[in-house]
Design a protein around this ligand. Structure first.
Ligand code: URA
Length: 251
């Protein structure tokens, strides 16, 4: 806790919550009065002020990102663009496709050849929650593969396949005829989907990420991005919210 903030410095809690989309200041005061808001783990009282850079705010047990200046972009990554800040081979990078300022970084990685949804942000805590396997955020992919997969291959993928870095967790796998698979996983190992499909005899010919937790967007053209809506930001916070994972620093 930041004693100075609680004791009279910082922004009023209802103002911070209103800015974050929890309704009017009056409605936010009611949330606080109803005991639904915690600051640094303690039930907040009316009149509470918070230091948005240091204090942790939760509403109904779900952490709320309150820092000013945080941005969240959802990009439809085209093939051939790398998910790093700079590339020694001079290939285009995902950060060149979104605004330069404030500086953002990609959350997790897609291979250069992989297409589809990628989140870029300057919110390190949310990025940690989205990528840490203990939070189990689902990612869904559409994988076009060589030849029509057999039932046996589907069952193996569903149960988990042994890769050189260990057995994969059970996955949801649905055949999309004639030769594509919709695969939902919550791990994020390097080239995981490609390696899983290759391991069951169906190498991937095209891979598209179609969903990140609650974020599924079909209308973005390749190379285009848009900011997340408030509802999407809150859905992400819920997907990575209270009780999930061991790696979250909630203090
Ligand atoms: N799995 C892969 O194999 N590649 C990606 O880019 C993402 C998931």
């Amino acid at each position: 806790m930041t004693p100075a903030a609680g004791a009279g410095e910082g922004d009023r809690l209802q103002k911070v919550l209103a800015r974050r989309g929890f309704g009017s200041r009056r409605a936010c005061e009611e949330l606080i009065a109803a005991g639904r808001v915690r600051v640094n783990g303690e039930r907040a009282v009316l009149g509470r002020r918070v230091d948005v850079d240091h204090d942790t705010v939760e509403v109904d047990g779900v952490r709320v990102g309150v820092r000013a200046g945080l941005v969240y972009y959802l990009l439809n990554k085209p093939p051939g663009v790398v998910t790093t800040a700079s590339d020694p081979q001079g290939r285009p990078t995902v950060v060149e496709l979104v605004p330069l300022e404030p500086r953002v970084f990609p959350v997790g990685r897609l291979d250069a050849d992989t297409e589809g949804l990628l989140l870029l942000t300057n919110d390190g805590e949310l990025a940690h929650r989205l990528t840490h396997p203990s939070f189990g955020v689902e990612k869904e992919y559409l994988a076009e593969v060589e030849r029509r997969p057999t039932l046996v291959a589907l069952q193996r993928l569903r149960k988990g396949v042994v890769l050189d870095d260990g057995r994969t967790e059970p996955a949801r796998v649905v055949l999309v005829p004639p030769n594509a698979l919709r695969i939902t996983i919550h791990e994020g190992r390097n080239r995981q989907v490609r390696r899983m499909c290759a391991a069951v005899g169906h190498p991937v010919t095209r891979l598209v990420r179609t969903r990140i937790g609650p974020l599924a967007e079909r209308g973005l053209r390749p190379g285009k991005w848009r900011p997340l809506t408030l509802a999407e930001r809150r859905a992400l916070e819920e997907a990575t919210g209270s009780g999930a994972g061991a790696g979250g620093d909630r203090s």
